[in-house]
Design a protein around this ligand. Structure first.
Ligand SMILES: Cc1ncc(COP(=O)(O)O)c(C=O)c1O
Length: 451
């Protein structure tokens, strides 16, 4: 009988995170100050981040030790299992071997606590009392609430208003872990007030919620800001996923041909794939596919250029694929994939052709999610379903060609709080939105012109 789950022991949790920066084909373009457009220094970031995380952001060390206190918390759910999707393979009648690395087993139900716990730990160590953050779908907010609760910190979460309405249960989960949650835009920040004056019905966006959380941190001495994706240190923390996966594939006697992951800001995709990007740069043949929604097609339709990380232009300006910082995406159900930009590290690799990007409409994504739920049992998060769609497409290609490829899915989270989205799909009420070209052009007109 073949093994369905490949499980490591707690001793095999990686002891160090992998930093891809020294292995990049070219260095990252420097992040710039949002007012002066000069390269940012550590002192610019100090009001909003603890120093240890600022050091990690720019570190050129390939390996960074994971503190024992963080490893201790990781043990609550790590190592996460690698599953062989036999039943999905059978339903597709494919010669491909499909695996998924299951991050949905964490307490908040996704990969997000891999960094939330680490960030809460470094903030606590530097005497911070409260962390402010944004959340889209509520996955990141709940992970941060969980991490803060473990290390005895307060947390304030600005939740994109459309998701706040769609996902009341995520709010309750955050509150259970002690967070204060506000629908963003709020009237309690200058940024929020300004936006609501112009548009009282604004559905919110991740860009706006980030601006509110940064303003909160910058205006309170005991408070720092925390971002759940995009930044280099967040991606660093997520590499526990890919490092475990490497050991598990070795145990299974496999070498991956195709890796698929969904991209919102890029953290789960990067954490899962970067240890393999290193192999690809060293000459191994691996196809690495980043998946996003057609409604927010950052990597597939945005230009690669400098832009602000947030709507109010207070976050750093970074080089990335972008749809423009004023972009407010349509209210698709994969709330965690509605960000106008993407991690500079992921963007650089897409720009170099090392990672390829694909965009999908939400109905086709939910079709793949339901097939997965009906074969493998687990209900995927709508975000995760994007890369299940890519894996299913690739497995179908294998059926045509007869190739026995090994395909691995970054199963970033479960969809137990996304049942309204499944309801809409199952009852044919889900709309597909492609972002109109004129709207992209309009938002890009406001992007700063920096070479
Ligand atoms: C389950 C899940 N997967 C993926 C994402 C996308 O984020 P990232 O690209 O940072 O992994 C989110 C964001 O909320 C999420 O909740």
């Amino acid at each position: 009988m073949e093994q369905t789950k490949i499980i490591l022991s707690e001793k095999e949790i990686p002891q160090a995170w992998y930093n891809i920066q020294p292995d990049l084909p070219e260095p990252l373009a420097p992040p710039l100050h949002p007012k002066t457009f000069k390269p940012l220094g550590p002192q610019d970031l100090a009001p909003i981040f603890p120093m240890e995380l600022i050091k990690q952001e720019v570190s050129q060390e390939r390996w960074i030790d994971i503190p024992d206190e963080v490893l201790d918390v990781y043990k609550l759910w790590r190592p996460t299992p690698l599953h062989r999707a036999y039943r999905l393979e059978k339903a597709l009648n494919t010669p491909a071997r499909i695996y998924y690395k299951n991050e949905s087993v964490s307490p908040p139900g996704s990969h997000k606590p891999n960094t939330a716990v680490a960030q809460a730990y470094y903030n606590k160590k530097e005497g911070v009392k409260r962390i402010a953050t944004e959340t889209g779908a509520g996955q990141w907010g709940s992970a941060l609430a969980f991490g803060c609760n473990i290390f005895g910190l307060k947390s304030t979460v600005y939740m994109v208003k459309v998701s706040y309405g769609q996902k009341p249960y995520r709010r309750i989960l955050m509150e259970t872990w002690g967070a204060e949650v506000h629908p963003s835009p709020t009237k309690s920040t200058n940024v929020g007030k300004g936006i609501l004056e112009k548009d009282p019905d604004c559905p919110g966006s991740l860009g706006i919620a980030i601006s509110e959380a940064v303003e909160d941190a910058a205006t309170h001495d005991d408070t720092k800001y925390s971002l759940g994706s995009v930044l280099n240190h967040v991606i660093l923390h997520q590499t526990v996923v890919g490092l475990e996966l490497k050991k598990q594939l070795k145990l299974a006697g496999e070498k991956p041909d195709i890796l698929t992951g969904c991209v919102g800001g890029g953290s789960n995709f990067a954490g899962f794939s970067f240890p393999f990007v290193k192999d690809k740069l060293d000459g191994k043949k691996i196809q690495i596919i980043a998946c996003e929604p057609e409604a927010c097609p950052t990597l597939t339709r945005g230009p690669y250029r400098y832009d602000f990380g947030d709507t109010a232009q207070i976050a750093p300006v970074v080089k990335m694929f972008t749809l423009g910082h004023s972009f407010v995406p349509p209210p698709i159900h994969a709330g965690g994939l509605r960000y106008h930009g993407d991690a500079p590290l992921v963007c650089l690799l897409v720009n170099k052709g090392i990672v390829e990007a694909r965009a999908y409409h939400q109905n086709s994504v939910f079709e793949a999610a339901v097939l997965f739920a009906r074969t493998e049992g687990i209900l995927p998060a709508p975000e995760t379903a994007h890369c299940i769609k890519a894996a299913v497409d690739e497995a179908k290609k294998c059926k045509e060609t007869g190739e026995e490829k090994c395909i691995v899915i970054a199963f970033s989270g479960h969809g137990h709080f996304d049942l309204a989205a499944y309801d809409a799909y199952l009852h044919k009420k889900l709309e597909d939105y492609a972002y109109p070209e004129e709207k992209i052009k309009e938002a890009l007109a406001a992007v700063p012109n920096i070479e």
